[in-house]
Design a protein around this ligand. Sequence first.
Ligand code: ASP
Ligand code: MG
Length: 414
Amino acid sequence: MANARQSNFMALIVQKYGGSSVGNPERIKNVAKRVAKYRAKGDQIVVVVSAMSGVTDNLIKLAKEIMPLPTEREMDMLLATGEQTTIALTAMALHSLDLKAVSLTGSQAGIVTDDVHTKAKIQHIAPKQVHALLDAGNVVIVAGFQGQTSAGHITTLGRGGSDLTAIALAAALKADLCQIYTDVDGVYTADPRIVPGARKLDEISYDEMLELASLGAKVMQSRSVEFAKNFGVIFEVRSSLNDNPGTIVKEETKNMEDVVIRGVSLDKHQAKVTLVAVPDQPGVAARIFKALGDASINVDMIVQNISHGAGKPATDLSFTIDKPDLLKTRKVIDGFKAEIGYREAIADENIGKLSIVGVGMRSHSGVAAKMFETLAREGVNIEMISTSEIKISVVIELTKGEQAMKAVHAAFLE
Ligand code: ASP
Ligand code: MG
């Protein structure tokens, strides 16, 4: 993302600070100190901030105390105040260090979205005002997570949406650098709280990051990583609590394939549903998954097996869903029991989805065998398997999840 600004020997940097990085006045002052250091080098800085940690959740709670289902327009109006608090406080913290700084709401920063309240998409960014303020020597602080429709209504970009604000602004401003500051040192080979041997990665490809994020290694909002991939925004995930270099997220390069596995993750938030003895006929799976889709139930893995019972041909159909959707799922499958006909439905919440991710899988063979052998040695039974070009996932018993994760991490990454 080199641009003309480099000729003035100054870089344009977008720095995003998440909720924990601005969680109290002390932390906000630390953010200001960090920004001041970069400013002293002559860099132009755009700061994107989240609401202080817990604030968005509290606002949601507050709304629910007024009414159970508030309109989404008013939710956006409410939630946008969280980030507005932080931009003003951050500007004040910079002023107290004698730096010129101006805070801007999403709409003042020129962020225009569609009108899908609570999960709006950015349509375009007109950063004229941001450029003008930067050129006048200001640090510009932009409220993350929010924008405005072309008709002037405040919108929000979905939970965790400040990441998207930062990435999209970096693209629109043609920034030289985009830094995502958080409370961990970067992206790890596994959750270091579970796997003592986990290491911080120097770099990771967009696709690997997306797989890890969707697998529950929630470092960043997935949508923002997709956006970065589409617009070629290279960014760094790093800690706001120290000066350690973080993890660079970028397009895949040839040498990334030298490493077989980039990371291991464990998703404990899924449940497995099995429909026993479903009639083996064309159209049945379509009917089942259409009904689940219509109810906005996200289905992840699906496995179908021939049922070797007497009578008409039948299959057992298992699929995984997000645990909180289990009640809704029960209703849907009860609803089509008479029409489709299956013997019984079994739900299992005691599962974990263990996955290994790495672009190196494309060029290395025997990866699945090594994973399965490792699990066998640990006495871990595999209930379901799914694979993609750069990922292998297995469903296993939840209580053995962490043990299995450690063993697989040791086999590939230690
Ligand atoms: N404050 C919003 C949330 O909690 C946006 C963000 O943190 O990125 O989801
Ligand atoms: Mg956040």
